[in-house]
Design a protein around this ligand. Structure first.
Ligand code: MG
Length: 270
């Protein structure tokens, strides 16, 4: 059974290495065969990129915050009615004790509604029991349009490549600091996202994001290079201004609670 679980993890992650005896190997903490990031002295997933300073967060101002009256509540502890699988079917993730838990191997979930530029609040916890390392430890992610990932990872005393740690714009930009709480603790993300704008096939404004992790700023209006990819440099493909929010199944039983979103408008006024 353990081997079957490990095999399933490999299929989901496409990254975990498994020995002939079924034991998980140490995962890499970086790559030296990836392309250079544009305008930077670092490769994609560069282990030598400076590690963000560790900051111990205080109580998060937004933990447990009730959604504002104009927010769309995406999860209030009850059910997954605001979510679906990419094929439109009912998500395989479970709801218990007021939180969502990822059921590994059932795939990502995405919102039924679509949103333009937004303010998103979500609370998440990595597994209390540490069973792997680097990208195998408490990995998930929140994707806008299913294309642009703000990484979710257990980055508490867990070395990995800086552009893949908690709060990283995955494969592009490390967080300004590491404000992670220990495994199993609830953590908050408050994200302001402005999507890209296209004129036909031409990019006229890149996406940008502001991220607060446990009340600590990790990014402020940071522009994205393009869509999120692994071991490559992302690029932009034209898409609609509104899209779904997606949460990643990366093979770890991550937990989520208190998720709400407010769509923002007005920034395209002349
Ligand atoms: Mg991820």
């Amino acid at each position: 059974m353990r081997r079957l679980v490990l095999l399933a993890t490999v299929l989901v992650m496409g990254a975990t290495l498994v020995t002939a005896t079924g034991g998980a190997q140490e995962l890499p903490v970086g790559y030296d065969d990836t392309p250079q990031l544009p305008g930077l002295p670092w490769r994609v997933h560069d282990a030598d990129r400076p590690q963000p300073e560790v900051v111990t967060p205080g109580p998060s101002f937004s933990e447990g915050a009730r959604a504002p009256s104009d927010a769309v509540v995406l999860f209030d502890g009850q059910d997954l009615s605001a979510w679906r699988k990419p094929d439109g079917s009912v998500p395989g993730w479970k709801v218990e004790h007021g939180y969502i838990e990822v059921v590994a191997g059932t795939g990502p979930i995405r919102t039924r509604e679509i949103f333009g530029d937004f303010q998103l609040h979500l609370e998440w916890a990595t597994p209390h029991d540490v069973v792997s390392n680097s990208q195998g430890r408490g990995n998930s992610g929140v994707f806008y349009h299913g294309l642009y990932e703000v990484q979710l990872l257990d980055s508490f005393e867990n070395p990995t490549y800086p552009d893949g740690q908690a709060g990283a714009l995955y494969g592009q930009t490390p967080p300004l600091v590491n404000a992670s709480r220990p495994p199993g603790a609830w953590q908050t993300y408050d994200i302001l996202f402005s999507g890209p704008r296209f004129d036909g096939d031409r990019l006229v404004r890149p996406a940008s994001v502001t991220v607060l992790h446990n009340g600590v700023a990790l990014h402020h209006r940071k522009e994205l290079i393009g869509g999120t990819v692994h071991r490559r440099v992302g690029s932009y493909e034209p898409h609609d201004e509104r899209g779904f929010i997606q949460l990643q199944d990366h093979g770890n039983p991550m937990r989520f609670r208190n998720i709400w979103i407010r769509e923002l408008g007005g920034y395209d006024e002349p």
